[in-house]
Design a protein around this ligand. Structure first.
Ligand SMILES: NC(=O)c1ccc[n+]([C@@H]2O[C@H](COP(=O)([O-])OP(=O)(O)OC[C@H]3O[C@@H](n4cnc5c(N)ncnc54)[C@H](OP(=O)(O)O)[C@@H]3O)[C@@H](O)[C@H]2O)c1
Length: 668
């Protein structure tokens, strides 16, 4: 627990978490964006040999500058494959401790496989100048990710695990949805992030397609294993969960594609049983359904066993020439599903914002497209064009559109059943003769042979240029820039492309790695900070999820808060209050309560109306959440709700309401 600054003559209280939650129900807690680090052009490795894949091993320059190469020559180190990525030094000291949380997450202290002896001194990884692990921690629902530093690089377990130094991270919708709606984090604090591309700095112990130095990409579908999350500089994964990047594909495209490709391939190949073996125009893929059904069911996690083994009778598998409809086809997943379905000979109907994505969908092979905005018309058109024979629907948007898609499916009693898979939700009820499917994506990391077959096929497709990978928008700032970039996703303005964040030295600036929190300077005679907007101290003391939360009463009425004849030192005017509020947030206060007086008043002769006063304080602050007082009697609830909702919108969800009633009957 952190000590509140005693020099502040403010009333503190420790709100009960439940009531606080209730009070803040109207708002989502948000904070200003983390400090932006200076953008740096990402140096991507280049291919230098005849293999179709990019690898740093045979490259004597390894993408390094001439100066770095000279330095290496002088020091004539036997292994230097990764030195370009972090500078070159024999210094193997790990950086200073950051906080206990990050240490716990790092799972041990070795830099490599833990079986056998501890990390060897000749381990090339130890020659990285700063073997450090910057990561983004989510400390609780609806919080921003916090850039911190773990002491250790995650350890490897088992024969297939590999360690990746991350070059670029692709952002997925689940990265913000999971944080905002509190799912996908087994506990807090947690590291998120699903898509990455990077360099293999620790190869697997077993014989493998993937070698030390390969540039690879992959999704982290195993979100329960924090070592595998993408929002960190070093990521653990397995050789069967990554694809090597061919020279014709860029690292940023790789970082954009892992989750969407795997999701699309699992949905079509396993849930719908689409057979990829007969593709004539591109490398044929495996028959994934057959492969999975040959497994011993006990080797498949129980919660996806039905989906893998029984939900689709073999006779109902789609045949070339049949229709598939994709709702939300502009999405990255939709675009990859469209292409995979075309490779296997299906006809594909796409529902999407066509003004934004129509041209792209047409290039990717859509057989027909319909705009998503008139939903009834879209349903009617899909039904008409597919002759009411549509049996496969893939929704990439949400429960409501999955419901609409269900209406397009053939639902007659005759013939085979129809199949609907919702990437992100399904209708409450299945229509007659429509089977609902949930994506069994964990097959990818749980079943070695499946993951390996999928990644091998992906490599072949990329080498043959049979897939168009997503359009990419680069977001700068490294790990520290991810909060900003996720806000863009939240806003719904990113369409038909992935945001990719290059990761490099820039993420290291602004990392909280000091064992001591810096304390704010006090520079006023009254003990109040008057200048500067530095939120470092606020961020640091409020990054502990078990912290005590502090709030103060806003003196928006004259006379302050105390029923006393003693002259109060706080002023009730706005200017003074802005100064109090700014100081309060800088020193770590998270909440402020504005107070209401109407008729009653113990000395409060002058009063600012609390909702408008709260709005003024919110406009002047960045992080403080202001709980505005309302009396239920004088305010029409609908007007009050609208007013608060509007303010909530202006201040990124930092307002809440305190409905005050009771003590003075005439006011209620
Ligand atoms: N279950 C799984 O394992 C799994 C795996 C992969 C994906 N998914 C889910 O499948 C869906 C698609 O994923 P994706 O990565 O392919 O999506 P994406 O590339 O980010 O595209 C999402 C599409 O939704 C629309 N959109 C963008 N921002 C939005 C917002 N804030 N609110 C509502 N709509 C928005 C846009 O469509 P328009 O251009 O038409 O406006 C955009 O093209 C997501 O819900 C994702 O979570 C689930």
């Amino acid at each position: 627990m952190h000590q509140a600054p005693a020099w502040l003559l403010w009333c503190l209280f420790d709100p009960d978490p439940v009531s606080l939650l209730t009070l803040t129900a109207l708002c989502s807690v948000s904070s200003v964006l983390l400090a932006k680090a200076v953008a740096r052009a990402q140096k991507m490795p280049s291919v230098v040999h005849s293999s179709p894949f990019v690898s740093l091993r045979p490259d004597p320059a390894c993408g390094r500058s001439g100066e770095e190469r000279q330095k290496e020559k002088r020091e004539s180190l036997p292994s230097r494959s990764f030195a370009n990525l972090s500078g070159l030094s024999n210094n193997v000291d790990v950086p200073s401790l950051s906080n206990g949380v990050a240490h716990r997450l790092a799972n041990g202290s070795s830099n490599g496989h833990t079986n056998g002896s501890a990390a060897r001194q000749d381990d090339e990884f130890l020659r990285l100048a700063s073997p450090q692990q910057d990561l983004l921690l989510l400390h609780g629902p609806r919080q921003k990710y916090s850039l911190e530093r773990a002491r250790d690089i995650p350890e490897l377990r088992g024969d297939h695990e590999i360690l990746i130094q991350v070059l670029a991270i692709g952002l997925n919708p689940v990265d913000w949805k999971g944080a905002d709606y509190d799912f996908g984090q087994p506990s807090y604090p947690w590291v998120n992030g699903r898509d990455f591309a990077g360099i293999v700095v620790k190869a697997p112990r077993n014989e493998s397609r993937v070698q030390h130095g390969d540039v690879v990409f992959g999704p982290s579908t195993d979100y329960r294993d924090v070592r595998k999350a993408a929002y960190q500089e070093y990521v653990v994964t397995t050789d069967y969960n990554v694809a090597r990047i061919p020279s014709t594909t860029t690292v940023k495209e790789g970082a954009a594609s892992g989750v969407a490709f795997v999701a699309a391939a699992v949905a079509l190949g396993v849930s719908f049983g689409l057979d990829f073996t007969s593709s004539r125009t591109s490398p044929a893929g495996p028959d994934f359904l057959r492969m999975v059904r040959q497994l011993d069911p006990r080797d498949v996690p129980e919660d996806i066993r039905d989906e893998c083994f029984t939900s689709l009778p073999t006779a109902e598998r789609p045949q070339p020439g049949e229709w598939l409809a994709i709702w939300g086809a502009n999405s990255t997943t939709g675009q990859l599903a469209l292409q995979l379905a075309k490779l296997a000979g299906l006809k594909v109907a796409c529902v999407a914002d066509l003004a934004k994505g129509g041209q792209r969908l047409s290039e990717l092979g859509a057989d027909f497209m319909v705009d998503k905005y008139d939903t009834k018309r879209a349903v009617d058109i899909v039904r008409a064009v597919t002759g009411n024979n549509l049996r496969f629907g893939l929704d990439c948007t949400g429960k409501d559109t999955a419901d609409l898609l269900q209406q397009t499916l053939q639902q007659s009693n005759h013939g085979r059943k129809s199949h609907l898979l919702g990437m992100t939700g399904l209708p409450k009820q299945a229509s007659p003769n429509v089977v609902h499917h949930k994506l069994p994506i964990k097959l990818f990391h749980e079943v070695h042979d499946y993951g390996e077959a999928l990644m091998q096929w992906l490599e072949e497709l990329l080498v043959a240029k049979s897939l168009k990978l997503p359009n990419v928008e680069i977001a700068e700032g490294g790990l520290a820039g991810i909060n900003d970039a996720l806000d863009r996703l939240r806003s719904g303005t990113v369409s038909g492309k992935r945001i990719v964040v290059p990761v490099g030295n820039e993420s290291r600036s602004g990392v909280s790695d000091s064992p001591q929190s810096p304390t704010p300077a006090i520079n006023g005679a009254d003990g109040i900070i008057h200048s500067g907007d530095d939120m470092t101290y606020h961020n640091q003391i409020n990054s502990d999820p078990d912290r005590l939360k502090f709030a103060y009463w806003v003196p928006n009425v004259s006379g302050g808060l105390v029923i006393s004849k003693i002259l109060q030192r706080t002023h009730w005017d706005l200017k003074s209050n802005v100064r109090y509020a700014k100081t309060a947030e800088r020193v770590g206060f998270e909440y402020a309560l504005s107070q209401i007086r109407f008729m009653a008043g113990y000395g409060a002769e002058n009063q600012h109306e609390p909702v408008s006063f709260s709005q003024a304080l919110l406009g002047a602050t960045e992080k403080l959440k202001v709980i505005a007082a309302l009396l239920p009697g004088p305010w029409n609830p609908a007007v009050a709700a609208k007013q608060i909702a509007s303010i909530d919108n202006y201040c990124d969800g930092r307002i809440a309401v305190n409905v005050v009633s009771g003590w003075f009957k005439a006011e209620v």
